[in-house]
Design a protein around this ligand. Sequence first.
Ligand code: NAD
Length: 489
Amino acid sequence: MDLISRENPARVAEIVGSVPVTDPAAVDAAVRRADDAFRGWSGLPVAERVAALRRGADTVAARLEELAPLLARESGKPLADSRGEIGFAVAFLRWVCDEAPAVLAATEIDDDAGRLVVRRKPYGVVGCVTPWNAPVILAMLKLGPALAAGNTVVLKPSPLAPLTITEVAAALPAVQVIHGGAETGRALAGHPLVRKVAFTGGDAAGREIAATAGAMITPAVLELGGNDPAVFLPDFALSDADYERLVMASFATAGQVCMAAKRLYVPRARTAEFTEAYLAAAERVLVVGDPLDPEVTMGPVISAAAAARIGALVAGATGGTATPLGRSAPGHDPASGYFVTPYLVTGLDDHAPLVAQEQFGPAVPLLAYDTEEEVLVRADAGELGLAASVWSADEERAFALAGRLGAGFVFVNTHNRTGMSLRAPFGGVKRSGYGREYGKEGLLEYVQSAVVHAPAAFRPGGPGMAPGAYPGGVHDEPPRAAGAVRPPP
Ligand code: NAD
């Protein structure tokens, strides 16, 4: 059996653990087991499903201190972030348990127009394909709502961070985890018994997943990349703490976050002041080193290929000035793993690859602008529209611009994870994908409405309706008795 062995990206000689590759025949068997389990799981009352999920949340919470170092070692995410991500996933699952009974409840109307029942029915087997950058929460955003709604799940995590999520998923009912790369993901997304696909990842895989699912008429949720602009209005007023939060909005998880602040648009007259405060804040909060060192706030990137790609983006930022940020933890050896120096890059134009593309790494461009209308156009340029932020001392002014930006989620006076809310639907516009996670919309992704309807006209004693008539139409013929025959014209 083939194995995926995952190295520690901070100390590449260390193997953190391994998982077996699931071949296509075993993917088929897993989906069939999930399909067999669907009738039983979906037949439970929602209260029972939610109770089982709450027990799962408690189990994961009780193992937090054991799982956080595992996540740090396999993903390179600092220990505090790893703890935070698992804790957030538990909080999200508990939130789903609180909200699901009301959101999933059937509605029934019995009135003059008839009797109408709208049920929220699960799809069946949900196939989930997830990335490595936040492997626990990004899987939980699918598992929690899908399971609460009564679906069963087959989850394929990224081979670059498969270990912690496998442990977390084992605490939940009605989930199987399969492992592998694109081939395993393809076999899952294209399986005829998979009734919904939920994908988070990059553009190339997203396009292929959408095509594979589309060929089977399987609906999909696609959470893809972003190139988030952070727009500072001329009146922005940032404290030292705000600058520190802003630095981490770009450099948490070494910049490998879909909704990181990826382009900073600053009024031309205030760039010098901004740059000075930004560099000072980075010096205070950005500490590069081993993720298990409690002082460290930025670990390595995920792989040698990622380090090379980001290095090339910075090297290719011709005409700009790249200023290294932060400091190294004492005793840190950058050669031990996939470490990349974090940079603030100034002086680029919007066509530079570091600006125009999603960098997904620790280098952020600072761009000067002159007018609000101009920055709106520049911030919205490109094919991506995941998140954005607007920063201003005047909240009304910030909300006004935020409402005009072409992004699925706009933060005000913050950016990235500090701006999230369990109740706020998250997802992209344009090529950042479709479908939503979090909030009521995130729960409704995993149900289809199914209707039972008795129109008043045909209920006992009802007046009937002309054959072929449209109900409620403005040109309705007068009601006729059931069985009456239309006279010839
Ligand atoms: P990726 O697309 O390379 O991989 C994601 C998952 O898809 C992995 O499990 C991978 O094995 C699988 N996969 C790859 N090719 C596939 C194929 N052809 N068919 C089926 N499965 C396939 O992405 P990544 O490098 O793991 O993640 C980085 C990207 O994810 C970035 O663009 C980032 O912005 C995006 N992202 C988006 C969100 C969001 O919520 N919108 C969140 C996190 C990451």
